[in-house]
Design a protein around this ligand. Structure first.
Ligand code: ARG
Ligand code: ASP
Length: 761
C-alpha cells in the first residue's frame, strides 16, 4: 500500500505526463461550439477571425465553402462559379472513369479549356452543411436509463427519424444525426447535396500521385495531389440532376487564395470531414490494436503485397491489373505499421493505464461515483480479455486472410445469390430480386476479370490460407480447411488447384456460362462449387462463433466507453474534450511546423521543386518519374508569379489534427485564406487516430503556390486561376497583373478583398 504522500507523488507524476501530451493542438472541434470552446485559444494562437466568421447561420462564413466530396473526402469552393478543389486521390475514380487507352487522363492529365468540356460524373455528390444543432434532448430526453443497449438503440433510431423529418419535411435539405461521445450527445447537421458535379481538371498521375506508394504517408513529400471539379445547380441555384441547362453554382462563400507564403509558426486550421478516430479507448483497447490487430493485419498484408509485387514486376499486364488494388492494400498496411510504431514510441498503453489509475482513485472517493462508474474498468478488463483470447485475431484473419483471397471475397455475392434462390423462386418479387442480382453479377464480371489474374490469386490463396491454418486456434479452423489438410500428399499449392480448377468463379467465361443457366441450376452449381463451399465453411466459423461474441462485447464496450468518458469529463473539469471523428464537419487548428522523426534527424516544414527534381533523378524508382514539361519549366525557372524568392514551394507540414476523410480539406491561414490542400499525414504521426502527440503528429498539405503553378504554367489552364480570388503578396508584384476592385456578390461576405486580374490573356 502507498502512504498518502507516495500516492500524491504518483498522481502528480501521472498528471504531468498527461498534460505533456494533451496539448491543445489536439482535437477535431464542432463548428457550432467554436465560440464557446476555442475562439479565445485560436485567437491567442494568431487567428484573426472570429468563431462567427468560421461558422455562422446568419451570414456567410467559411463553412459555406466546405463540402463533403462524394462519401469519403472533403472539398472546398475556390471561385464564385462553384469551382471545387479536392485531392487527386479523391477524384481518382472519376478521372479513371473518363479514361480510355486513346484518352488516358490518368497518364496525361485532363483539362477542360471551356465549361463545355467539363465532364459529368453520375453519382458524384458535393454536400454543404447548412447549419448544425444540438439535438441531444430530442433524441435522449424520453429514454429511461435502465434500458438495455438494444432497446435504447431502437428508441434512439425512432427519435432520430422523427427529428430528421421535422427538420427537413417540405425542404430540399437532408439531415444527418450522429452520436457524439459514445452516444452522450447528439448533433444534427442539415445538409444541401448537389448532384451535378463535373470534372474540370487533373494533373497526370506522375504529378498527382508523384511518389506513389514509396512516398505515401511520408515526409519529405512532393505529391501534387489535387484535382478540380465544378458544382452545377439548377436555374434557382439549388441542387439539380445533371442537365445541360444547369448553371455553375454561385456559392455563399469561396476561399480566397493567399500567395503571401507561410512560415514556421503561422496559425493554420483545417476544415473538413474526418471519418473515424478512437481517442478514448481504455488501455486494453489500445493494446488490442497495437499488439494484436495491427501486427496481424500487417503480417497478412505484407505477404499479400509481396506476392502481388512479384507478379506485377514479372508481367506488365499484371502490373496494370493490380495497380489500384496494390495501392489500396498498401495504404492501410503502411498506416498500421506507422500506428503500431507510434503507439509504442508514445508509450500509449502506459499513458492510458496512468489515466485509469487516476480515474479509479477518483471513483473510489465517493459512493455515488462508485455505484455509477465502479464497474467500468474491471468490466473493460473482462471484455478485452475475452477479445484478446482469439476473438479479435480470428476476426482479423477472416477479414484479411480468408477474404484477402480474391476468389473467396468474390464468392460472397454468389453465395448470397444461391441463398436467395434457395429461399424461393415463386413470387414475382422473388423472381425480380433474383434476376436483378444475376444481372448485377453479369454486368460486373467483365470489369472484375479485367483486373484479375488467376495465377496471382492462387499464390495468395496458398500463402494466406496457410497463415490462417498456422496462426489461428484449431477450434476456429473451418471444417473444409481441416478436411483438405488431411488429404494425402497435401500441399497448399495442390489445394489451390483443387479449388480453382473446378470452380465456376475462376474465369469470365465460366461465370458468364453459369449465370446464363436457370436459377435452380445456378443454385445447384454454386452450392457444390469448391470456392463457395470453402467460403461457407469460413463463414460458419465466423458468423456462428466469432461475430456474435465480438458484437456483444463491442456493444458492451460502447456503453462502458460512454460511462468512462462521462466520468473522465467530470473528473477533468477544466479539460476541453472533443468528440471522436464520425464523418461530420470539424475544425482542427495548429501551426506550420516541422518535426523530429528521430533523435538525430530534423525535418524542415516545407519541400520545393528542387527536391522533387532531385528525387526524379532516382530513375530506378518508377514512382519518381515526372513529365518532361515539368522538368523544362524547372530548368527555365518559368514559375510565373507563383515562386517565392525564385523557389517553388511544393508541400508543407503543420500540426493540425486530421485523419482519413480530411483528404481534400483546405488548410486556412489566420485571415481565412487558402494556403494549402491537406492530403496526408506523416508516418510517425499515424497513431493520432488513437493518441495524439504534439511532437510528432503532422498533416501534409500541397502548397497553393505549386497548385496554381501547375494549373497555369504546367497545364495552361490559366483561365481557371483568373476565376479564383488570388491574393498576390504586395512585396512581389506580378508583372502581368493589374489591380482591379471586384465587388463580391454576397454583400455579407466576410472577405471584401481586392482581386487582381491578369490582363494579357
Ligand atoms: N495516404 C493517403 C490517404 O490515406 C492516400 C494516398 C493515396 N496514394 C497511394 N499511393 N495509396 O488517403
Ligand atoms: N490520406 C488520408 C485521406 O484520404 C488523410 C489522412 O489519413 O491523414 O483522408
Amino acid at each position: 500500500m502507498l502512504n498518502p504522500k507516495q500516492l500524491f507523488l504518483v498522481l502528480l507524476l501521472a498528471l504531468c505526463s498527461l498534460s505533456a501530451w494533451a496539448r491543445p493542438d489536439e482535437g477535431m472541434w464542432l463548428p457550432m461550439l467554436l465560440k464557446q470552446l476555442n475562439e479565445t485559444d485560436m485567437q491567442k494562437k494568431g487567428m484573426r477571425l472570429s468563431a462567427e466568421d468560421i461558422y455562422s447561420i446568419n451570414k456567410s462564413s467559411l463553412k459555406d465553402a466546405i463540402v463533403q466530396f462524394g462519401s469519403g473526402c472533403t472539398g472546398e469552393i475556390i471561385s464564385n462559379q462553384g469551382l471545387l478543389l479536392t485531392n487527386h486521390h479523391c477524384g481518382y475514380g472519376q478521372i479513371q472513369s473518363h479514361s480510355s487507352v486513346e484518352n488516358d487522363y490518368l497518364t496525361k492529365g485532363f483539362w477542360a479549356m471551356s465549361k463545355e468540356q467539363e465532364k459529368p460524373n453520375p453519382g458524384l455528390t458535393a454536400t454543404f452543411i447548412v447549419r448544425m444543432e444540438d439535438v441531444t434532448k430530442q433524441i435522449l430526453g424520453d429514454i429511461p436509463s435502465n434500458l438495455t443497449e438494444a432497446e435504447r438503440e431502437h428508441r434512439i433510431t425512432t427519435n432520430i427519424k422523427k427529428v430528421q423529418y421535422g427538420a427537413t419535411n417540405g425542404t430540399h435539405y437532408g439531415a444527418i444525426i450522429r452520436p457524439f461521445f459514445y452516444g452522450t450527445e447528439y448533433y444534427m447537421y442539415i445538409t444541401e447535396t448537389f448532384r451535378d458535379i463535373r470534372l474540370v481538371g487533373a494533373p497526370p498521375e506522375s504529378i498527382g500521385k508523384f511518389g506513389g506508394d514509396t512516398d505515401n504517408w511520408m515526409w519529405p513529400r512532393h505529391t501534387g495531389d489535387f484535382s478540380i471539379f465544378r458544382i452545377y445547380a439548377g436555374p434557382d441555384n439549388k441542387p439539380a440532376d445533371y442537365s445541360t441547362n444547369n448553371k455553375p453554382y454561385t456559392p455563399k462563400h469561396h476561399l480566397p487564395i493567399s500567395l503571401a507564403g507561410i512560415k514556421e509558426g503561422d496559425f493554420t486550421m483545417v476544415f473538413g470531414f474526418p471519418a473515424r478516430t478512437t481517442e478514448y479507448l481504455p488501455s486494453q483497447g489500445v493494446s488490442e490494436i497495437a499488439e494484436i490487430s495491427d501486427p496481424a493485419k500487417v503480417k497478412i498484408r505484407t505477404m499479400r503485397l509481396h506476392l502481388l509485387e512479384q507478379d506485377m514486376l514479372a508481367d506488365p499486364k499484371v502490373r496494370i491489373q493490380y495497380a489500384a488494388k496494390y495501392a489500396s492494400v498498401s495504404n492501410s498496411h503502411k498506416r498500421w505499421i506507422g500506428e503500431m510504431r507510434g503507439l509504442k514510441k508514445l508509450d500509449a498503453i502506459a499513458k492510458k493505464q496512468d489515466l485509469e489509475k487516476q480515474f479509479a482513485h477518483w471513483v473510489s472517493q465517493e459512493t455515488g461515483r462508485k455505484s455509477m462508474y465502479g464497474h467500468v474498468l474491471p468490466h473493460f478488463e473482462q471484455n478485452y480479455t475475452i477479445l484478446a483470447n482469439d476473438i479479435s485475431l480470428t476476426r482479423d484473419y477472416y477479414q484479411e486472410a480468408a477474404l484477402g483471397v480474391e476468389l473467396l471475397s468474390y464468392a460472397q455475392s454468389f453465395l448470397d445469390l444461391a441463398e436467395l434462390i434457395q429461399k424461393g423462386y415463386q413470387t414475382e418479387q422473388q423472381k425480380a430480386d433474383i434476376q436483378t442480382q444475376i444481372k448485377g453479377l453479369l454486368d460486373a464480371a467483365p470489369a472484375y476479370f479485367k483486373n484479375y489474374n488467376q495465377a496471382t490469386d492462387k499464390k495468395v490463396f496458398a500463402s494466406l490460407l496457410e497463415m490462417y491454418a498456422i496462426d489461428i486456434a484449431y477450434k476456429y479452423q473451418p471444417e473444409a480447411l481441416k478436411k483438405a489438410m488431411e488429404a494425402k500428399k497435401f500441399t497448399w499449392a495442390s489445394y489451390a488447384d483443387k479449388v480453382y480448377g473446378p470452380s465456376n468463379l475462376a474465369s469470365l467465361e465460366k461465370v458468364t456460362a453459369l449465370l446464363k443457366l436457370s436459377p435452380n441450376a445456378i443454385k445447384a452449381k454454386l452450392l457444390a462449387d469448391p470456392a463457395v463451399t470453402l467460403l461457407q465453411s469460413f463463414n460458419n466459423v465466423y458468423q456462428e462463433e466469432i461475430l456474435p461474441v465480438y458484437n456483444q462485447l463491442t456493444e458492451q464496450n460502447t456503453l462502458l466507453n460512454r460511462l468512462y468518458l462521462q466520468g473522465l469529463r467530470e473528473m477533468q473539469k477544466d479539460k476541453k474534450f472533443y468528440p471522436d471523428a464520425n464523418s461530420t464537419l470539424r475544425v482542427s487548428y495548429g501551426k506550420v511546423e516541422g518535426y523530429k522523426p528521430s533523435e538525430d534527424v530534423t525535418y524542415e516544414y516545407y519541400t520545393t521543386l528542387e527536391g522533387l527534381i532531385e528525387k526524379s533523378g532516382m530513375t530506378e524508382i518508377p514512382d519518381y518519374r515526372i513529365p518532361d514539361k515539368l522538368r523544362e519549366l524547372h530548368l527555365k525557372k518559368d514559375y510565373g508569379p507563383y515562386a517565392i524568392n525564385g523557389k517553388m514551394p511544393v508541400a508543407f507540414l503543420a500540426s493540425n489534427h486530421t485523419t482519413g476523410g480530411n483528404s481534400g480539406s483546405p488548410v486556412i491561414n489566420a485571415k481565412g485564406e487558402l494556403v494549402g490542400l491537406n492530403f496526408d499525414r506523416n508516418w510517425e504521426g499515424t497513431m493520432s487516430d488513437i493518441m495524439y502527440d504534439p511532437e510528432r503528429v503532422r498533416n501534409i498539405s500541397l502548397d497553393v503556390h505549386y497548385l496554381l503553378f501547375l494549373i497555369d504554367k504546367f497545364a495552361g489552364a490559366g483561365h481557371l486561376v483568373q476565376e479564383m480570388n488570388v491574393i498576390y503578396p504586395s512585396s512581389q508584384p506580378d508583372p502581368v497583373v493589374k489591380k482591379e476592385s471586384v465587388e463580391i456578390k454576397h454583400k455579407d461576405n466576410i472577405f471584401k478583398t481586392k482581386k487582381k486580374v491578369k490582363i494579357d490573356d
